[in-house]
Design a protein around this ligand. Structure first.
Ligand code: GLY
Length: 436
């Protein structure tokens, strides 16, 4: 069996490492991710560097290598219709088409879907298409002095700004919204939403578009520094607990969130928007039930690493079942454990500065002996055990599972201090939950 992963992040490294257990793993990447290179080499797969959003290039690579199944798992290729190109090429693929992925790349569409399937799960919001509507929208939604400003399109977790952590007041919120309307007219608007001050969680629902498997909830740490300070990031780490819940998340709220996620997948199916893979649904856990933050049309990064650390089935077979629309809930088994992922990043990460490559060393085999998985993201190999960062994104993740979250975290931290050396930084409070 030959499989192909499209992408180059820690998420793709985690998914690829499971696919490589039962197939010859091929990878189409934007940079030479060391984890994916090693997996392809070990399993006899081929790799290519190119533009992961170029559907024709990805399809040509898949056809040339006669792959049996492709997984497209990151937001930009999905928004650019790479799945559509693969389907047109007659290739089995997991991932939504551009129309299915619109639930992520168009936040206005996503809010409208929620209005139809579960209106009470929508925060109060206004879609602003013209600067003349801004004053009114901010006054209405921000009557308590707070709003959230969201660009409509993809921003890699860095475009959403909230009065409080990112913006001083409603005046700054208006200025930011105005800059989005002027600078990014391609998105056609901006969303002004009420600020909800409740803990967040995500559900990484795996589906073939009909059957949905719900894993434990995951908790992501999107802010750059300890105590949720600093700019927003793609996620500095994430965790899940053995019981599937969190101290702030009851089974009842988790179940309601799963129902809303199921309804979103069902809505897309009924509206002829092909969806398979992972619906990564983000929620606030409020006293009145879950409120949807956003739907993402692919696994989260790092949350995919949590779920893949727990994964106890044959992922290649599961992907084939998804592509054939034959998934059953029994196809997916997860270890009954807690999981911990910590990302290491360059000091400048999330500040938008151009970053000189940073060199660092990791003994990946020594980490494995400690039952800790090292999954590279925006990094390339320099020589054995020596790596450098690529661009200004997260460099490398360390992941472990254990009965308790605390013991998984201790193992990850021990591995980082034993096998890593270099100028990268990481948050020390992954696994600490908000008290609200
Ligand atoms: N960790 C956030 C995301 O993948 O969207």
């Amino acid at each position: 069996m030959k499989s192909l992963i499209v992408g180059h992040g820690g998420r793709e490294a985690a998914l690829g490492s499971r696919m490589a257990k039962s197939s010859s793993l091929h990878a189409f990447m934007g940079h030479a991710n060391p984890t994916l290179l090693d997996l392809a080499e070990k399993t006899g797969g081929k790799t290519a560097l190119g533009n992961v959003c170029d559907g024709k290039a990805v399809t040509d690579f898949a056809l040339a290598n006669e792959v049996d199944i492709v997984l497209v798992s990151s937001d930009d290729p999905l928004a650019n219709g790479v799945v559509d190109s693969l389907v047109a090429g007659g290739i089995k693929v997991v991932g939504p088409t551009k129309a299915g992925a619109e639930i992520e790349w168009n936040k206005s569409f996503s809010r409208k879907v929620i209005e139809e399937i579960s209106p009470e799960a929508n925060p109060r919001y206004r879609l602003v298409l013209d600067p003349s509507e801004l004053d009114d929208a901010v006054s209405e939604i921000g009557s308590d002095g707070y709003v959230v400003v969201k660009p409509l399109g993809l921003t890699g977790g860095k475009g959403v700004k909230v009065v409080g952590p990112h913006l001083a007041d409603l005046k700054e919120a208006k200025e930011y919204a105005l800059s989005l309307l002027h600078d990014a007219p391609r998105d056609g608007g901006v969303i002004i939403e009420e600020r909800i001050d409740s803990p967040e969680f995500t559900i990484q629902a795996m589906t073939d578009g009909k059957t949905v498997f719900f894993p434990p909830a995951t908790y992501d740490y999107p802010y750059r520094f300890e105590g949720d300070k600093g700019p927003g990031t793609g996620g500095m780490g994430s965790c899940s607990q053995k019981n599937g819940l969190f101290p702030f998340l009851t089974k009842d709220v988790y179940d309601q969130a799963c129902e809303i996620t199921y309804a979103a997948i069902d809505y897309l199916a009924k509206h002829d928007r092909h969806f398979s893979g992972c619906m990564n649904a983000g929620f606030f856990a409020t006293a009145k039930g879950p409120k949807v933050i956003e739907f993402n049309s692919r696994f989260g990064d790092p949350e995919a690493i949590n779920i893949m650390s727990l994964f106890d089935s044959d992922l290649t077979e599961v992907l084939l079942s998804m592509a054939n629309r034959e998934l059953t809930k029994n196809d997916i088994k997860l270890a009954d454990k807690s999981s911990m992922v910590i990302y290491l990043v360059a000091p400048e990460y999330a500040y938008g500065k151009s970053v000189e490559p940073k060199e660092f060393t990791i003994d990946v085999d020594a980490a494995l002996e400690m039952e800790v998985n090292v999954l590279f993201s925006a990094a390339e190999r320099v020589s054995k055990n020596s790596y450098k960062t690529v661009g200004n994104s997260r460099a490398v993740s360390f992941a472990a599972i254990d009965d308790e979250l605390e013991s998984a975290k201790l193992r990850v931290e021990k591995a980082i201090s034993s096998v890593f050396s270099g100028p990268l930084e990481w948050r020390k409070d992954i696994g600490v939950f908000p008290v609200r």
